[in-house]
Design a protein around this ligand. Sequence first.
Ligand SMILES: Nc1ncnc2c1ncn2[C@@H]1O[C@H](COP(=O)(O)OP(=O)(O)OP(=O)(O)O)[C@@H](O)[C@H]1O
Ligand SMILES: [Mg+2]
Length: 312
Amino acid sequence: MARIIEIENLSKDYEKGFWKKRKIRALEDLSLSVDEGQIFGFLGGNGAGKTTTIKLLMGLIFPTSGTAKILGKDISDISMHAKIGYCPETPYFYDYLKAVELMDYFGELFGLDSEKRRQKTDELLTKVGLEKMHWNTQLRKFSKGMLQRVGLAQALINDPKVVFLDEPMSGLDPIGRREIRELIAGLRENGTTVFMSSHILSDIEALCDNVAILRDGKLVETGNLHDLLSQSGEARSFEINLKNVSVQDLEQEVSKIIGAELISKPNGANVHVIDEKDVEKILHLSKQHGGQLVSVQPTKQSLEELFVAETK
Ligand SMILES: Nc1ncnc2c1ncn2[C@@H]1O[C@H](COP(=O)(O)OP(=O)(O)OP(=O)(O)O)[C@@H](O)[C@H]1O
Ligand SMILES: [Mg+2]
């Protein structure tokens, strides 16, 4: 499998203050790689260094030290830009352009002829779900969600092999998020590699194959999302859902089980236990009080729990 992105010991200091004396280390010694065909999730709290990394990769700012390659080419080699797409964090385009004009402009930058530009504009604005009645509206009248959609469409105009999306879901309502989520999943099906940052962990969980978590400019975790969640899933627990039994019936016995938790539910109770052996005990106990079993579910650690643990 081909390596699409290779980052080696990348660091970035921003210079601040009047004499640029003060340095802020926004990224420290980042090394990671992304394989072809993946959706790679780049996570971290506010100010962790996600946008800095993406801007470095896009050649918009320059590294203090370290190197990175995209599609085998050094990031200083702009010829590779013909094969990549980029949607910035808060897409800001020339306000007085209409959506179709913006697409045309980017199409021209990539050397598409006018017929091809028109065809790609139609295809992509439809794909990102921008309503046709807004295609000829000036961008200054667009909502945040609409700008985000145009930003995505623009990033895809050259049929890129890899796209870099900085917070592609921000500003979208739940329906919009679902549409864009499906669009990103569709990119993978067409063999496009996606590198995306997001704050919305459920989107990352639903979409990404591999992830990296940044904290204060440093990489704290990277790997296959499923492996990361099950590795740290040693603290797995079981959720037992019971009906026709009350918390009061179970309270006394359950309090003797280490790590067990009781939650009241309408017409029943939920019990969390850590040890699988305790599931039997709870079922027995519930039966004694006339309770019935609804379900038993192993609960895996969620990405949110992992994220909170890693970014603390
Ligand atoms: N142009 C700049 N000049 C000085 N410091 C900057 C600049 N851009 C970013 N920083 C600092 O670098 C650090 C990393 O910022 P960055 O924007 O990369 O974080 P982020 O992970 O994208 O955060 P967010 O989730 O809020 O978008 C922060 O401490 C930020 O204040
Ligand atoms: Mg950012």
